[in-house]
Design a protein around this ligand. Structure first.
Ligand code: GLV
Length: 309
């Protein structure tokens, strides 16, 4: 019995410590230390080394330590028939909403443009936008999307959202399904992508979508790099149709040096840090699921294999 932590970002020990502190009775190992592979029943993963999950013959559950699970499906050697769980956590949702709010205001008030102007000592006031002039459109109304929509609406933005299936959120106008996508896009000034990455949403942020947004619309992608067609975005920015884009996620992370996004004046980048799982907050739900697994109870936050999230 036990849990193994599989990740390559140097945070395995931090997660192991947090799990052990919370549940000293549960054996927890990081992949770097010697551990009894046949006894491991749960793997807590974040961008684990491909193929590593198949080394555990008695594994019973794959738990993502983030909200997304797309990286698990990219590992074709992973035992994908096992239950897969993801994190649903109020701190993760709040952090995402705060990042989106900060990014929206930076756009409205030209914060990034003034930083660029500062570098060449340019004194040039620009027109700014007011909250009441801007409609924010959230693409994806899952846990993070719905919460972010509510927070934006609470501070006074006009907010609308689009999702695959119908959702009702107080003070947020909702659209659903392919038939209502154009209507949603046509009245969206700032498009925020918070969709899960699945075969259906791969490349969804493309030319067709950008063309339907009003001129000068702004894009915020805080979901996954795989949602975005990079070339289509560059074209929409260079033609002047989109006024800018704030990107937190990329096809390859870190983004390779020669990529045009690095130097593009209308692209504002952050290093996949919009919302990062807080170990203290997330560990109780991992241990709760481990105990559910041991007692044969249904797991919480288990994803649907057919939907991919
Ligand atoms: C972050 O990207 C997450 O999926 O939690």
């Amino acid at each position: 019995m036990g849990i193994v932590v599989l990740r390559q970002d140097g945070k395995a020990d931090e997660w192991k410590r947090a799990l052990r502190n919370f549940a000293p009775e549960v054996p927890v190992y990081s992949a770097e230390e010697p551990h009894p592979k046949a006894e491991i029943e749960m793997a807590l993963v974040w961008k684990h080394p491909k193929g590593s999950l198949s080394e555990y013959p008695n594994l019973k559950c794959i738990a993502s330590s983030g909200a997304g699970v797309d990286f698990i499906f990219k590992d074709t050697q992973a035992p994908l028939h096992l239950p897969i769980t993801r994190v649903v956590d109020p701190i993760l949702a709040k952090d995402m909403a705060e990042h989106v709010i900060a990014t929206v205001f930076a756009h409205l008030k030209n914060v990034n443009t003034y930083k660029l102007q500062q570098f060449d000592q340019t004194w040039k006031p620009r027109t700014y936008l007011r909250m009441k002039e801007v409609t924010i459109g959230i693409l994806g109304l899952g846990e993070l999307g719905a919460f972010t929509a509510t927070e934006l609406s609470t501070i006074g933005f006009k907010v609308q959202g689009w999702s695959r299936s119908q959702k009702e959120i107080t003070s947020v106008t909702t659209f659903n399904g392919p038939d209502q996508l154009d209507l949603f896009l046509g009245s969206t000034d700032v498009l925020v992508c918070l969709l899960p990455l699945t075969p259906n949403t791969q490349g969804i942020l493309n030319k067709k979508i950008f063309e339907k947004l009003p001129k000068n619309a702004f894009l915020i992608n805080v979901a996954r790099g795989g949602h975005l067609n990079d070339d289509d975005l560059l074209e929409a920015l260079d033609s002047g149709h989109l006024s800018g884009a704030a990107l937190d996620v990329f096809h390859t992370e870190p983004l390779p040096g020669p990529h045009p996004f690095w130097q593009h004046p209308k692209v504002h980048m952050s290093p996949h840090c919009a919302s990062v799982s807080d170990t203290e907050s997330v560990v109780p739900q991992i241990i709760a699921n481990y105990k559910r697994l041991k007692t044969g109870k249904a797991l919480e936050n288990e994803i649907s294999k057919t939907q991919g999230y």
